[in-house]
Write a protein that binds this ligand. Sequence first.
Ligand code: NAP
Length: 474
Amino acid sequence: MTYASINPNDGKTLKHFDELTDAQLEAALAAADACAETWKRTSFKRRAEILGKAADIMRARVDDFAKLATLEMGKRIDEARGEVKFSADILAYYAKHAEAFLSPTKLDPKIGEAHMESSPFGVLFCVEPWNFPYYQLARVAGPQLMAGNVLVVKHAGCVPQCAIAFEKLLIDAGAPKGAYTNLLISHDQSDRVVDDPRIKGVALTGSVAAGRSIAARAGKNLKKTSMELGGSDAFIVLDDADLEKTIPWAVWGRMYNAGQTCCAAKRFIVLDSIADKFLEKFKAALSELKPGDPMDEKTTHGPLSTESALLQLLKQVDDAVANGATLLMGGKRIDRPGSFMQTTILTDIKPGNPAFRDEFFGPVVSFFRVKDEAAAVALANDSDFGLGGSVFTEDIARGKRVASSVDTGMMFINNIDWSDAELPFGGIKDSGYGRELGNMGIQEFVNKKLVRTAHLNAPAWVPGKAQDVLVEAS
Ligand code: NAP
């Protein structure tokens, strides 16, 4: 069964969902294709009314949406509420700004007049992960629906109820049939969707393995893709950092969403002179977190999303230790029902240890001490990933220098990696390509068309003299 809603707090199955039959999938693609024809001609004003209404509904029903995420993937309830509100903000942001972002831009050619205009591609296929079950959907639905594209979306197998709730949200807000369709489909069916000529672009957020598979498939079909993949972001602490202020960010950066965030702080790189003090304080702060039911607001440490996610993470920690890392704290599952992992700190991770390069998607800190700023930057860059990163220092100019030297798509000074509707989000290297959010996010799947007006009176054709002739004619 691909789509199952299982509460990771106690392992109980809440609901199963059947995959679409091939005939149902075909009907969904046909409906999306038909809708694309009318939706691209629907005014920005009408699209904005629908997206704005969806944002209003989300804001009015924050708890309903949040509880579903907490039940299905174990997000702590206050974080789930925050995610729902942020998702509404993203929809509202694009409802307000899309028309300006996509308005024609005037160019300045030597001859005649020219402008660029934007038009939607058509039907996009989006594949999305469970870790932010609404935000990930809003990140594509907000910009792409406002751009005039329509979406068919494959969400992750463990969050079918959130996926269905988001589709219903848009229908309730007035989106026409086919504008946004949730597809409960297998990976094989997903491959066929990528191949389908009605699909004009593919956006994926997920693991590197999924990205490689789907981007390769789309590439064979010469379809444009955007890939938002994994990360192993550095959290650099320089020797002038104020530790009292830095430690709470370190805890938040690693433990938000039970550590299951692409741009979480994963590699803590601390300058030698303050490394012992940082480690002592960080360990003490992590020890204070209390595991419990994520539905309880007092809980500060929730479960991982699924039992298989927990087993994978435990194995990664065991492998790290078998390859020479020191386990300073945690490393085991928590002795209670559900998929809970102890907060864990690994040190002495050397090149050659799989832990040196792999992503830990959960509450596992990889700790490194380095002699100086240059070594911190070199270690931060010694990664296959390039999503984000942060640097903590009292000296902003120094922070900016480090930020400019780290090879990632995003850097944050005295803050953890964070996203806002108006700021572009995305990475380089194995973290993928393309950007979501902000003005850049809405430009990913639109045709940028050049329209040029020149002189009507064609001069006599002179072979080999085309450029001169055009200039003379203008
Ligand atoms: P995943 O296994 O790649 O799953 C993500 C989505 O891809 C799911 O919908 C999954 O469906 C689908 N999928 C996976 N393989 C597929 C295939 N061969 N064909 C079709 N669909 C496929 O990712 P995950 O491990 O659950 O999620 C965590 C990963 O996502 C981490 O690496 C994290 O860093 C990354 N992530 C990146 C960002 C970003 O913006 N850069 C944001 C969030 C998460 P099924 O569930 O049915 O397999």
